[in-house]
Ligand binder design. Structure first.
Ligand code: UDP
Length: 352
């Protein structure tokens, strides 16, 4: 059993991860919003710290938590493309400056750090060329778009953070692992919007909102871009493998994803519609509308066309993704259908 401090433990991946961690570890959960982990409040192995890590007092307080910890897991991020377009300065301050402060405290206190990054750092490699490109942690180049396509400011900030984590390993003996998740989806991802104008969650939550509230499913640029979607439980299993195989993954960057689940976004929309119709035969299906990325997100948006992970580092320790795309979608969609159509039910987001 270890003492684990989870920054961003109230977010989508963080909350699922914390529910798994408490089975074996003492967990200090830090987040600005702890609603998604409310079910753990009474758990004797968890301590809740509802605070904004950007505040000076919160920084000082969390320094004490890091000093006591065996492992720090840092998931704090703005990780939504709409934010990269709308608030690019804040995206860098949070994703780079704030996270770097956590990295520095870990280096000073000799605390093992598992730093979340993103598959976006790979950038624009593997465009629609038909090339069979898998992103490899140690050999792939990281290719960013032009500065005025400022969607890439997020990936650039995360990339520099990775380089600083790596540099602290070289200069200050920091023990680190960097995790690059690939389009993880499941219950409690982002948020559901009742009306289209209320926000722009990432694609699974966006399409889920459209299905539940019967507003158009928007296919950006015809839905021709591709993503490999990962079931949240496969991601959590992968993270557990990283935590448990300290020596294999110390000072390594690790992709967490499912290359077999690659689809175009248009196909994702079709599959989600089919699963939804199956689970909710009385629900009506919304129209699909094609729209440009600039029109949908605003000036400065540029999409990544393809992202397929090489997962050989994780499979080398026995981890394998278990959920194909239909199972992944079915688990995610049924959670929302249960809440929406069967008022009073409180489905377990971890399927336990
Ligand atoms: N997308 C879409 N409709 C939506 C939301 C997203 O077609 O309502 C597209 C988006 O342009 C991108 C892909 O779906 O090509 C995945 O977007 P997401 O926001 O999930 O995050 P990303 O993988 O780009 O970081």
């Amino acid at each position: 059993m270890s003492q684990v401090v989870v920054f961003g433990g109230g977010g989508f991946i963080g909350s699922h991860l914390c529910r798994r961690l408490v089975k074996k570890h003492d967990v200090e959960i830090i987040d600005i919003d702890l609603e998604k982990v409310e079910g753990l409040r009474e758990n004797e192995r968890t301590t809740f710290h509802e605070l904004d890590i950007r505040d000076a007092a919160a920084k000082e307080y969390s320094r004490g938590l890091i000093e006591e910890a065996d492992i720090v897991i840092d998931l704090i991020a703005y990780a939504n493309p709409q934010q990269y377009v709308d608030i690019p300065v804040d995206v860098v301050h949070l994703n780079y400056d704030t996270n770097l402060e956590i990295v520095e405290v870990c280096a000073e206190t000799d605390t093992r750090l598992i730093q979340f990054s993103t598959c976006e750092v790979y950038g624009k490699v593997g465009a629609r060329t038909g090339e069979d490109v898998e992103f490899d942690e140690d050999t792939s180049d990281l290719v960013m778009g032009p500065v005025d396509k400022h969607r890439w400011i997020y990936a650039t900030a995360k990339q520099l953070l990775e380089r600083m984590v790596h540099a602290h390993g070289l200069e200050n003996d920091l023990d680190w692992t960097i995790v690059r998740p690939f389009n993880v989806i499941g219950p409690q991802m982002d948020y559901i919007v009742e009306d289209p104008g209320e926000g722009t969650p990432r694609v699974f939550a966006s399409f889920m909102s459209s299905l539940l509230y019967n507003h158009p499913m928007h296919l950006i640029d015809g839905g021709q871009n591709r993503r490999a979607f990962t079931h949240i439980l496969d991601a959590v299993n992968g993270l557990e493998a990283i935590i448990e195989n300290y020596h294999e993954f110390n000072r390594e960057i690790v992709n967490v994803g499912n290359p077999s689940n690659e689809v175009t976004i248009a196909e994702l929309a079709n599959r989600m519609r089919a699963v939804y119709q199956d689970l909710s035969p009385d629900g009506s299906l919304p129209e699909t509308v094609e729209i440009s990325g600039t029109e949908f997100y605003g000036e400065g948006y540029e999409d990544g066309e393809r992202r397929v992970p090489n997962i050989s580092k994780l499979t080398s320790v026995g981890w394998e993704p278990e959920y194909d795309l239909d199972d992944t979608l079915r688990d995610g969609i049924s959670y929302y259908v249960d809440i929406h159509e069967r008022p009073g039910t409180t489905p377990d987001p971890s399927f336990e």
